[in-house]
Design a protein around this ligand. Structure first.
Ligand code: BF8
Length: 516
């Protein structure tokens, strides 16, 4: 390592999170603050109550999550030279849910791109001195989640599928040992996979290149082309610390700012490809369309190849067991190739108690034991998984495509929503009438908050396994739960203990047979 001052992720995690911010009891929306509202009845300098402050923080959190997924869809549409659709939610959602959302007044604009105005209005209404009605702020949080689900997850997935095709079921491999010190290693990290697919295609002509994925761009090229997935969010620094990554190509989301400095510690060339995701020390190669992507893909291969000679043998981690120690996985499941009829039968005959969708991040501050918990639950439930949690299952050899199904990246959570829709339709039930649980055991990002609430307004119970703003103020939690129960027959489950969660999941179902 050239820079001895670099602190690794593990080291940085030794800093304790702010106990006030962690509960969202801090308002920093104006310069009279930041105000801490830690005692009952305490208010901010402007008079904002604790529940209003928590609700506003929730709305901003979810709006930011929606902005990222909608930005992903927007970038993809631009890349494909397509307009954003109109009336998209009406076309995609079950009618009964659309009516509920309409009645509640949480439907966003249906005009092309109009949802971005709704996101902007969410920021507007949460500035100091605008909306002082906690329930209204929370209702807008549901609107942001709806935007996230359809104009983010659904639209990004649909556009990607139409551009690169729906994944097919295939065998692949995961974990850090996918990195091959004998070859030129290019790691592709981020969330928007269109350039990544051009690199995948170009690499077919270059046998000295070893491509590996990181995070959600990695999940997509894993599902799409069987490119090995080397790491999830929490292991991204480990990829670089192999000392043999000749180029790290990043787009947007979940790319730790630390990787800039870490690339400098080694010989790794950092290449940024999106105007939003800049690093001061990177080679910047923004791509906006397919033509540029093809050119940049070739350039990236040349940059990485030329850089291999700059490796420092003293910092190289050798992977002598290379091929043997990668973990085999079955990937590429979608709403179209998973057997809906079979799943419906399994539920109808009570052979499976329900479906658990295990989503989202792997927060190193959360409790251990979640993978084992779902492994045990897989005997009684069908488990669908995406994002970093899917990697967590994969590295432990559990993605078998029999009980645990890999559905792709985090925007591909729309595939899970579609499976819920299709299975419930097959059984002539509402989503809320079936035992569909969405579990985010270790959330980190704003995106995860938006996804969680999106599933709750579809009618799924949503489990959160790490302390969250959603549960930091009694009144806010009560209002949220009441709104979800009354309108969608769903609830949020806050449980940080894998064993307790496991026990709560087994007796929760009745043995009523459903008619097929
Ligand atoms: O979108 S699971 S840490 S990588 S946010 Fe990020 Fe969380 Fe991982 Fe993909 Ni999803």
């Amino acid at each position: 390592m050239k820079n001895n001052n670099f602190q690794t992720f593990q080291k940085r995690l030794e800093t304790t999170p702010c106990p006030i911010g962690k509960q969202s009891l801090c308002c920093k929306l104006c310069l009279m603050g930041p105000c801490r509202v830690v005692k009952d009845e305490s208010v901010g300098a402007c008079g904002a109550t604790m529940d209003l402050i928590v609700a506003r923080n929730i709305l901003r959190f979810i709006a930011a999550g929606a902005a990222t997924h909608c930005g992903h869809a927007l970038h993809t549409a631009r890349h494909m030279e397509k307009e954003l659709p109109e009336n998209y939610i009406k076309k995609k959602a079950p009618d009964y849910l659309y009516s509920s959302w309409e009645q509640m007044g949480i439907l966003p604009s249906q005009k092309s791109g109009g949802h971005f105005i709704d996101i902007s209005e969410a920021l507007h209404m949460t500035t100091m001195g605008v909306n002082a009605d906690t329930l209204s702020v929370l209702a807008n949080s549901l609107k942001m989640a709806l935007i996230d689900g359809y104009y983010g997850l659904y639209l990004a997935t649909e556009l990607e599928d139409s551009k690169i095709g729906k994944p097919t079921i295939k065998n692949a491999s995961v974990n850090l040992n996918c990195i091959d010190n004998t070859k030129v290693n290019i790691a592709i990290h981020g969330h928007e996979p269109l350039l990544a697919m051009s690199i995948v295609n170009e690499t077919k002509n270059h046998h000295d290149i070893n491509l590996v994925g990181v995070c959600c761009t990695g999940s997509t090229i894993l599902a799409q082309a069987g490119i090995p997935l080397s790491a999830h969010f929490a292991l991204q620094e480990d990829v670089l610390m192999s000392g043999v990554i000749d180029a790290l190509v990043v787009d947007v989301h979940c790319i730790m700012p630390s990787v800039g400095k870490l690339c400098d510690c080694y010989h790794t060339k950092l290449i940024t490809t999106n105007e939003l995701g800049r690093f001061a020390n990177a080679i910047h190669k923004p791509i906006e369309n397919e033509q540029q992507a093809k050119i940049v893909a070739k350039e990236i291969i040349e940059i990485a190849r030329a850089n291999k000679k700059n490796r420092n043998p003293l910092t190289e981690k050798i992977f002598p067991e290379n091929k043997k120690t990668t973990t085999p996985v079955s990937v590429g499941f979608t709403e179209e190739n998973i057997d809906i009829e079979y799943i419906a039968k399994q539920l109808a005959c009570n052979k499976k108690k329900g479906i658990i969708a295990v989503l989202g991040c792997v927060n190193p501050r959360a409790k251990d034991g979640w993978v084992e918990c779902y492994q045990k639950l897989a005997k009684d439930y069908i488990i669908l998984t995406t994002g970093c949690m899917a990697f967590e299952f994969g590295k432990d050899g559990l993605l078998d495509g029999k009980n645990l199904f890999h559905l792709g990246s985090c925007v591909n959570n729309s595939r899970i929503a579609e499976i819920f829709r299709l299975v419930s339709q097959r059984l002539n039930k509402k989503i809320s009438e079936l035992n569909f649980v969405v579990s985010a055991p270790m959330p980190i990002t704003e995106k995860s908050g938006a996804i969680g609430i999106f599933f709750a307004i579809l009618g799924c119970d949503v489990h959160i396994g790490y302390p969250h703003f959603f549960n930091s103020n009694q009144l806010v939690t009560k209002l949220l739960q009441k709104t979800l129960k009354n309108n969608f027959e769903s609830k949020l489950i806050f449980d940080q203990h894998p064993d307790h969660f496991f026990n709560s999941m087994l007796p929760s179902t009745n043995s009523t047979f459903l008619s097929l």
